[in-house]
Design a protein around this ligand. Structure first.
Ligand SMILES: [Zn+2]
Length: 257
């Protein structure tokens, strides 16, 4: 990553809160290598292509986040048709499950004054009587890396909320399903990915040469709880140390180190 000057570095990687600069949790976590990204880029004609897909995919994620946060605060937002199946599935999930959210703690800034970093939580929620951090993802699966992020929010939030117990990832996604072979098709950032069923043969139809017949786009919701945050938090602090080492030139320039 290239930074043109100290202001550019500060703006790209952190927040200023009460005149003090703090590195962002998501910037820090980026120090961890993501081998899956090599495969992603390798399948594309150019690096630029990959950047465009990531950008568009992030925009789609933002649309889902905004819609979900509005719904959680009791509003009736207008939903962009491209994310409607996912948001509709979320509404249904919300109606069928015991989830309450404090409107004052949606998209809320969290600062660790002890360890000097800041981040933004999606929500604080009460789910089945347990109180915790709720983070929303629009990915095709729940990845372990997400736990670094929510662990970082835990200690600073716990100072304000002694009753903070747990954390969840709520995954909201949408895909089509082949009515003949069970393959799924997911379009993200303008790129389509077809996933064959694991055993490759459902109802005797081989998915390899199936002329797929796609269902309509259907939303899917997955909620997973990760109550044990301490090990993840230690890993986050390790990542932060490495991130500071990597950026010591700029961090010294701006007086952080
Ligand atoms: Zn098929």
């Amino acid at each position: 990553m290239y930074y043109s000057n100290a202001e550019n570095f500060k703006g790209t990687t952190g927040y200023i809160i009460d005149d003090v600069w703090y590195p962002r949790v998501t910037s820090i976590i980026n120090i961890k290598s993501k081998p899956a990204l090599y495969y992603f880029y390798a399948e594309l004609p150019s690096f630029r292509h990959g950047e465009d897909i990531k950008k568009q995919s992030a925009d789609e994620g933002t649309k889902v986040h905004e819609a979900v946060q509005a719904i959680l605060t009791g509003q009736e937002p207008e939903i962009d048709p491209t994310v409607l199946p996912a948001v509709t599935a979320f509404r249904k999930y919300l109606a069928e499950n015991n989830i309450q959210v404090d409107p004052d703690f949606i998209e809320k800034r969290v600062v660790s004054f002890n360890e000097r970093y800041a981040g933004t939580i999606d929500a604080l929620a009460l789910i089945d009587g347990r109180f915790g951090i709720l983070d929303i993802k629009t990915s095709q699966a729940i990845y372990r890396d997400y736990n670094l992020q929510t662990a970082a929010y835990f200690p600073p939030l716990q100072e304000h909320f002694k009753n903070l117990q747990t954390r969840w990832i709520l995954r909201i996604d949408q895909r089509e399903r082949c009515l003949k072979c069970g393959s799924t098709r997911r379009t993200k950032g303008g790129r389509e990915k077809i996933k064959r069923p694991v055993n490759n043969k459902i109802k005797g139809v081989n998915s390899t040469n199936c002329l797929h017949e796609w269902s309509e786009m259907t939303g899917e919701i997955e909620l997973k709880e990760f109550p044990y945050w301490q090990d993840d938090y230690q890993a986050f602090l390790g990542a932060k140390k490495l991130w500071e080492w990597e950026h010591d030139y700029w961090l010294k320039q701006i007086g952080y180190l």
